[in-house]
Design a binder for this molecule. Structure first.
Ligand SMILES: *[C@@H]1O[C@H](CO)[C@@H](O)[C@H](O)[C@H]1NC(C)=O
Ligand SMILES: *[C@@H]1O[C@H](CO)[C@@H](O)[C@H](O)[C@H]1NC(C)=O
Ligand SMILES: *[C@@H]1O[C@H](CO)[C@@H](O)[C@H](O)[C@H]1NC(C)=O
Length: 477
């Protein structure tokens, strides 16, 4: 779900359709009170748009901030629609002959496997505002990207001659996320986090890439930095997969705020002290984590990752389903001691830490302030630089590595050194729980500021939409 500037709400309903409806009716007065439940089948007052084929479902939706045009990434198609859901342009991305076992794709090196018509699932759909183009990455050919002109979806380039051009062949949505960081007068940077499905040698789980202004540039999607010693990428070590056989990191959401880039992930928990015990995927515990990097850190020395979740009445909600970075509005900002311009993060979690692949319906909507998240990261950095404990990042380091004491002042903009990195942690960063729902799992979230009030919208598994006004938060832990 997404809001449009004119106060209309866009709903993307899995498998079916795409709708638009008015958002603002009466306003509630309670702390967090739901006042609107829209059954998805009531099409009467909505505009709608359907994919060409039922199974070519929609994967991503992006609304252009200035023109209001909608870009939809679907299986085998990228669409451009007007604000009223009139189809303007359709761009074909598949199906094409491919085989997941072929690497690198045919265009580079012949493959002996049989090629079969394969769907191209849209994995990433980002607007590069500074260059008026759309980055659309798919699952075909080990995950290649296209740059399309925003106006007419004319293809500017489809880089595929280098290893860096393949992002990941995983064809499930909710596994890859990207953030474009523009830079005044310079080329933008693209941060990408992705699941790798056991191909950890080919695909980094997290990396930052060049996004040159010139689409023909030979540096397109190159790692920002790549040397024998330091690089702007992180790969999952093979040892981790040897010990936890289904280990992977799913990137559910990402954003930039201030001088940092953040990703929200879900991944199997690895044993705290050693990586000796291993389980089958059915009894793995999962953890959601927030990862932070400095925007300008090409060496990835600023990598910090902490577990994130929320708690209500002693029940932990740890399986991230969706997130949205929004603004608090005047009223909620006052309650959180923020300014209305500060960022807040709305999140939906399912209960517990098991069943990541079939999440429990019991779910919670929570809000975090970026200020609190940064404060927790700063505390973690400070304690490690006092030489206390370990780096606590066993999936990446493979062993306990002690924090090194160093007399370094750590302020709000600290971007790491070559010691004490990459840094993990085990203390949960908890948000403010706004609402819980036990039967109809919440699966999407967005927010909107209206007359100084922060209004949150939540979509559920059964296709219901809920709306609530967030006035203040209680620390409900
Ligand atoms: C939808 O929007 C387009 C352009 O924004 C406009 O030309 C068209 O008339 C609109 N259609 C309807 C049914 O309102
Ligand atoms: C994703 O890949 C799996 C296995 O290769 C396949 O069975 C499935 O149909 C694919 N999904 C789509 C949408 O094509
Ligand atoms: C509110 O935030 C400011 C800094 O932004 C801080 O100085 C002040 O102590 C905070 N007040 C409360 C009550 O937490």
């Amino acid at each position: 779900i997404q809001t449009q500037r004119n106060g209309l709400l866009l709903l993307m309903v899995k498998d079916r359709t795409f709708m638009r409806c008015p958002t603002f009716g009466a306003v509630a007065t309670l702390l967090f009170f739901w006042l609107l439940v829209v059954p998805a089948s009531d099409g009467q007052t909505f505009n709608s748009f359907h994919p060409e084929r039922r199974d070519w479902i929609f994967n991503h939706l992006t609304v252009h901030q200035a023109t209001g045009a909608l870009y939809v990434g679907a299986v085998n198609r990228v669409y451009k629609l007007s604000g009223n859901l009139t189809l303007l342009v359709s761009h074909d991305t598949g199906p094409k002959d491919d085989n997941k076992a072929c690497y690198p794709p045919l265009i580079v090196q012949p493959c002996s496997e049989a090629l079969v018509p394969t769907n191209n699932v849209n994995k990433l759909l980002l607007i590069d505002y500074s260059q008026n183009r759309l980055l659309a990455c798919g699952s075909l050919y080990q995950g290649v990207c296209k740059l399309l002109r925003l106006d007419d979806l004319f293809i500017l380039v489809e880089p595929s001659h280098k290893k860096e051009h393949y992002l990941s062949s995983v064809n499930q949505t909710g596994t890859m996320y990207g953030v474009i960081v523009p830079s005044q007068g310079q080329d933008a940077t693209l941060f990408i986090g992705t699941a790798v499905d056991g191909k950890q040698d080919y695909f980094p789980t997290l990396s930052s890439r060049k996004l040159p202004r010139d689409p023909e540039s030979s540096a397109m999607l190159d790692y920002e930095l790549h040397t024998d010693f330091v690089s702007s990428l992180i790969k999952i070590p093979s040892d981790t997969l040897a010990l936890v056989s289904h280990f992977d990191i799913y990137y559910v959401y990402g954003f930039a705020s201030g001088s940092f880039v953040y990703f929200l992930t879900v991944q199997p928990e690895t044993p705290e002290n050693s990586m000796s015990s291993s389980g089958s995927s059915s009894d793995l515990f999962y953890t959601s984590r927030i990862v932070r990097l400095c925007k300008d850190d090409r060496k990835f020395h600023s990598y910090v990752s902490l577990p994130i979740g929320c708690v209500k009445n002693g029940v932990e909600y740890r399986l991230l389903q969706a997130a949205y970075l929004g603004k608090p509005g005047r009223i909620l900002a006052a309650s959180l001691n923020l300014s209305a311009q500060d960022d807040v993060l709305f999140t939906v979690f399912s209960k517990g830490q098991k069943q990541f692949h079939r999440p429990p319906d019991d779910s919670a909507l929570c809000v975090f302030t970026i200020r609190d998240i940064n404060a927790r990261i700063k505390e973690r950095l400070q304690s490690c630089y006092q030489g206390e404990g370990n780096l606590e990042l066993n999936w990446l380091l493979g062993k306990d590595v002690q924090c090194t004491k160093a007399p370094v002042p750590i302020d709000d903009s600290f971007c790491g050194l070559d010691i004490n990195q990459p840094l993990g942690g085990s203390q949960l960063v908890t948000g403010h729980t706004l609402y819980t729902e036990t039967r109809d799992r919440m699966t999407s979230v967005t927010s909107y500021v209206y007359n100084g009030y922060c209004v949150a919208f939540v979509g559920t598994r059964s296709g219901r939409l809920k709306k609530g006004r967030v006035i203040r938060v209680a620390n409900s832990v």
